[in-house]
Design a protein around this ligand. Structure first.
Ligand code: NAG
Ligand code: NAG
Ligand code: NAG
Ligand code: NAG
Ligand code: NAG
Length: 497
C-alpha cells in the first residue's frame, strides 16, 4: 500500500509537536569484534557541496583518507614499511573504484600477540565498518548499510556519517611473519602485508555478512545462524528485542540449487519473531527460550546447516543471467567461522582464477605479484561485479548511479518497517519522527534559515514546512506517536554503461 506523499505531507504538517528526526545507526567500535555494536540515533543532514575549484585541473577522484597509528614504538622501520603497504592498497582500490566521496580509514598497527611468550602468535588483525545505517531496501527489508557505501550513493540528504568509515587493526607483534615490498625473497611462512590489508579493506567496504553465530546462542542446539541482533537492556531492567538486521551484502546471497532462491525468506521469517512493539523479556535466557520455541527458529537452523555445506550459497551479481554468473561463496568450514564463512569465495573454484584474492586462505610464501601472475589487477572481475552490485561505482561502471530523489512518505505505526512499499529499484532511508513535549510550546518564527556554511542539521526544508526548531533536536523518550518518514534515494538505470 502506497500512501500519496502529498496527503502525508499534509498530515505531517498538522502535527505540531514533532521534534526529532533521526535514523537508527550502529557504531562498530572494535575492528576485530563484530559484536561491539552500539545502536545510536543519527540525524538527517543535507549533502555538503564542495565548491569546485576555479582551476581547470582535472577533477580529482575521491580517495581513502588514512589515519594511521603505529603503536610498535620499538620498530619504526616496521611502522614505515606497513604504512607504505597500506598506501599501496588504497591506490589499488582507488584505481579500480571510482569513488565519489572520500572514505576515512582509521588504521593501527599494534602488538596483538598473547602476553605469554610461550603461546604462538598467529593473529593477523582485521578491519570492519565503523558505522552502518538502516536503509529500507526495495524488497521491504531494512538492512544495515556501511557509511563507506552510502557515501557513494551521493544522496542529497543522508544520515550523519561518523568521522571514520572503516576501522582496521593489524598485528605488528610478529614482524617476521609479514613480508613488505622491497624485502628479500618471501619465505614460505610469510604473508604479503598488502594482501592482508587489501583483503580486509574489501570486507570493510561491505563484503561482509551479518549472518553469524552469535555468542548469546552458544548453548542453543542444533546451532543457529542469525543476522545481527539488537537486544537492548534499559537501566538494568527488561531486555527489549529490536530485531535481526541484515547487511547490504546479504541482499544478494542466494541458496544454490535447481532454482536460485534468495535467503531473504530466512531473514524475513526471522523478522516475524515477535512483531509487536515493546517486546520485552525478563532476561536473555527468556529471550532465547522464546526464540527456540518459535516457528522462526527453523529458518535460523536452516541457515546454520547450509552455511557449513560446500557450494550451497552464492552471491548473485546484478545482471546475472544464469547459475554460471553466480559467485559461489565459501561455506565449507564446519563449524561455521564468523567473518570467514560466506565472506569469501569458494577456494576450490576460484583459488587459481583472477579472483584468487577472495578465497579465505591468506596464501603465504607468495607476494601479490606472484599470485597475480599475468593477471592485470589483484581485483578479479567477479569481485568488481560484486562491488558494483553493492553500489560502488567502479572504473568499469563509473555511472553506477544511485540518483537521489527526496520524497517524504509517512505512515502511522508503532513499529518501524511493516507495510511500506517503496519505489522499486530504490534504497530508502527510514526516519523515526518522535513526538515532542506537549503542544503548548510556542513555535519559533519561520524565517530562521541557518546559513549554509556547515554540516547543518536543518530538517525544515525536507518537509517544506516550518514547524521544527532546527536547533533543538532533543531525543524524547515518550513515543506516544511514532511516524516513519522515508527519504528515497532512487537508483538510476544500471543498464546504461
Ligand atoms: C586496478 O588496479 C590495478 C593496480 O593498481 C591496475 O593495474 C588496474 O589497471 C586497475 N584496473 C582497472 C580496471 O582500473
Ligand atoms: C610468527 O608467525 C609465524 C608464521 O605465521 C609463526 O610460525 C611463528 O610461530 C610466529 N611467532 C611466534 C612467536 O608466535
Ligand atoms: C542439513 O541438511 C541436509 C540436507 O538438507 C540434511 O540431510 C541434514 O540432516 C541437515 N543437517 C542438520 C544438522 O540439520
Ligand atoms: C529555537 O532555536 C533558537 C536558536 O536558533 C533558540 O534560541 C530558541 O530558544 C529555540 N526555540 C525553541 C522553542 O526551542
Ligand atoms: C507521555 O505519554 C503518556 C501516554 O502514553 C502521556 O500520558 C504523557 O502525558 C506523555 N508525556 C509527555 C511529556 O508528553
Amino acid at each position: 500500500m502506497k500512501i500519496p506523499p502529498s496527503f502525508l505531507l499534509l498530515s505531517i504538517a498538522s502535527l505540531t509537536s514533532i521534534r526529532e528526526i533521526a535514523a537508527q545507526c550502529y557504531d562498530y567500535t572494535d575492528a576485530l569484534d563484530l559484536n561491539a555494536r552500539i545502536p545510536t540515533s543519527c540525524k538527517l543532514v543535507d549533502k555538503i557541496e564542495i565548491p569546485t575549484p576555479p582551476t581547470k585541473a582535472p577533477a580529482e577522484s575521491s580517495k581513502f583518507i588514512i589515519d594511521y597509528k603505529c603503536e610498535i614504538q620499538t620498530n619504526q622501520d616496521l611502522c614505515a614499511r606497513a604504512q607504505r603497504s597500506i598506501q599501496k592498497v588504497c591506490e589499488i582500490l582507488t584505481e579500480n573504484l571510482s569513488l565519489r566521496k572520500n572514505i576515512n580509514v582509521d588504521v593501527s598497527l599494534k602488538d596483538l600477540c598473547p602476553t605469554d611468550a610461550q603461546q604462538s602468535c598467529n593473529e593477523l588483525g582485521g578491519a570492519g565498518f565503523a558505522r552502518t545505517m538502516e536503509l529500507l531496501d526495495d524488497d521491504d527489508i531494512i538492512r544495515e548499510y556501511p557509511t563507506a557505501l552510502v557515501k557513494q550513493f551521493d544522496c542529497d540528504q543522508h544520515y550523519e556519517f561518523g568521522d571514520v568509515d572503516i576501522r582496521a587493526v593489524f598485528n605488528g607483534g610478529n614482524a617476521t611473519s609479514l613480508w613488505f615490498e622491497g624485502d628479500p625473497q618471501i619465505t614460505s611462512d610469510q604473508i604479503d602485508f598488502r594482501r592482508l590489508v587489501l583483503k580486509k579493506f574489501i570486507n570493510a567496504l561491505g563484503v561482509k555478512t551479518s549472518w553469524i553465530e552469535q555468542p548469546i546462542f552458544d548453548k542453543v542446539s542444533p546451532t543457529i545462524l542469525t543476522p545481527q541482533l539488537t537486544l537492548s537492556q534499559e537501566n538494568g531492567g527488561d531486555f527489549e528485542f529490536k530485531g535481526f538486521k541484515e547487511y547490504a551484502y546479504d541482499k544478494y546471497i542466494i541458496f544454490r540449487g535447481k532454482e536460485l532462491q534468495s535467503i531473504h525468506d530466512a531473514a524475513k521469517s526471522l523478522d516475524e519473531f515477535v512483531k509487536e512493539p515493546d517486546v520485552k523479556f525478563k532476561d536473555q535466557e527468556e529471550f532465547i527460550a522464546q526464540l527456540v520455541k518459535s516457528p522462526q527458529i527453523e529458518a535460523a537452523q536452516r541457515m546454520a546447516n547450509v552455511s557449513v555445506n560446500p557450494f550451497t550459497l552464492g552471491f548473485l551479481p546484478r545482471g546475472a543471467k544464469s547459475d554460471d554468473d553466480v559467485i559461489v561463496l565459501e561455506t565449507s568450514f564446519n563449524p561455521y567461522q564468523n567473518d570467514v564463512s560466506m565472506n569469501n569465495f569458494d577456494a576450490s573454484i576460484y583459488a587459481d582464477t583472477e579472483d584468487f584474492l577472495m578465497v579465505s586462505t591468506l596464501t603465504s610464501g607468495k607476494t601479490l605479484e606472484d599470485s597475480m601472475g599475468k593477471f592485470l589487477s589483484p581485483l578479479g572481475p567477479r569481485l568488481i561485479s560484486l562491488l558494483e552490485t553493492l553500489g560502488y561505482p567502479t572504473k568499469k561502471l563509473p555511472e553506477n548511479d544511485f540518483k537521489t530523489n527526496t520524497e517524504v512518505i509517512l505512515t502511522k505505526t508503532t513499529y518501524v518497517v511493516t507495510e511500506i512499499k517503496t519505489v522499486s529499484k530504490s534504497v530508502v532511508t527510514v526516519i523515526e519522527i518522535v513526538t515532542g513535549p506537549p503542544p503548548q510550546q510556542t513555535l519559533p518564527p519561520t524565517n530562521n534559515n541557518p546559513s549554509q556554511d556547515d554540516d547543518n542539521n536543518d530538517v525544515i526544508d525536507n518537509f517544506g514546512q516550518d514547524i521544527f526548531n532546527s536547533s533543538s533536536f532533543n531525543i524524547q523518550n515518550n513515543l506516544t506517536l511514532m511516524f516513519i518518514a522515508l527519504v528515497c534515494c532512487i537508483l538510476g538505470s544500471l543498464n546504461t554503461i
